[in-house]
Write a protein that binds this ligand. Structure first.
Ligand code: NAP
Length: 278
């Protein structure tokens, strides 16, 4: 694996840079499991880690980063504000608690995990104060649909740098992607592998066979080739390596089009129209 390829980045609207490929940690167990996964990942050249307060593993993430010997400024660390902590003061307190658990003076990206009705503006003001303080190098949102982004922009005039959304071949949300790209909001894919289900999609398997790659690798390659940040989760050493081996081949325009055509508007996770927003 070429370590330098894992350093491929996308520029955020505030001029900071974010790796196109990172490691997800949802359901990576606090303690030995998440720590081991992160240490392996960093040894392989991963430099971006995605966690959230609700995952319950921020302490393990922080411990692994500290023990890895990789300088903090070479790592892109993301965490998220949970729904129950929205509101101005609660956001401030939750952010302090995340920093404490992570054992770091700053995060590279702090995200509002879900839109929460009537709390968005207050929360976003707090996120901006945190950004101005330098303790989050960048701020953004997650699971925001066009309607939520429009509300946020109309209320604050401040555009998030990232929107982390469910995105994979079966859920592509073209309208939302266009909306984000038009405003220089970087799109980041969660459940990029459909939690492993992409392996069963015949078209992806067939494209993979042409390149000597798996359906998972084809999917991740399609995402980064579209300029979409992707954060597949695994705690398995072999899958960590194979998920990162996506920088040594290129999908043709025809193959990209064939994957774009697999969209069925099929969610595996909650719908932001209702979850936390009803
Ligand atoms: N913002 C949000 O609301 C939100 C929601 C969900 C997720 N996320 C973030 O996005 C990350 C990724 O999403 P996700 O964890 O839901 O799903 P995912 O990355 O699509 O899939 C992870 C699942 O697939 C397995 N897997 C990983 N690589 C594989 C491969 N090459 N072949 C076969 N199976 C493979 C993993 O098992 P093993 O570990 O056993 O390999 C795990 O069960 C999360 O970890 C989290 O950081 C954010």
């Amino acid at each position: 694996m070429m370590a330098s390829s894992l350093m491929e980045t996308v520029e955020l609207r505030n001029g900071t840079w974010m790796p196109l490929l990172g490691l997800g940690t949802f359901k990576a167990e606090e303690g030995g499991q998440v720590e081991q996964a992160i240490k392996w990942a960093l040894e392989m050249g991963y430099r971006s880690i995605d966690t959230a307060s609700i995952y319950g593993n921020e302490a393990g993430v922080g411990k692994a980063l500290a023990e890895s010997g990789v300088p903090r400024d070479e790592i892109f660390l993301t965490t998220k504000l949970w729904n129950d902590d929205q509101g101005y003061d609660a956001t401030m307190r939750a952010f302090d608690a995340s920093l404490e658990r992570l054992g770091t003076a700053y995060v590279d990206l702090y995200l509002v995990h879900w839109p929460v009705r009537d709390k968005i503006q207050e929360t976003w003001q707090a996120m901006n104060a945190i950004h101005r303080s330098g303790r989050a190098k960048a701020i953004g949102v997650s699971n925001f649909l066009e309607e939520h982004l429009t509300e946020l922009l109309n209320g604050s005039g401040i555009t998030p740098m990232v929107n982390q959304i469910e995105f994979h071949p079966r859920l592509q949300q073209p309208g939302l992607i266009e909306f984000c790209e038009g405003r220089r909001i970087v799109v980041e894919a969660w459940s990029p592998l459909m939690r492993g289900e992409v392996l069963t999609i015949p078209e992806l398997v067939q494209i993979g066979e042409k390149h000597g790659k798996s359906a998972a690798q084809v999917t991740l390659r399609w995402q980064i080739q579209r300029g979409i940040v992707t954060i597949p989760k695994t705690v398995n050493q072999d899958r960590l390596a194979s998920n990162a081996a996506i920088f040594d081949f290129e999908l043709t325009e025809e193959e990209m089009g064939a994957i774009n055509a697999l969209d069925q508007d099929q969610r595996t996770g909650p719908d932001p129209k209702t979850f936390g927003y009803s």
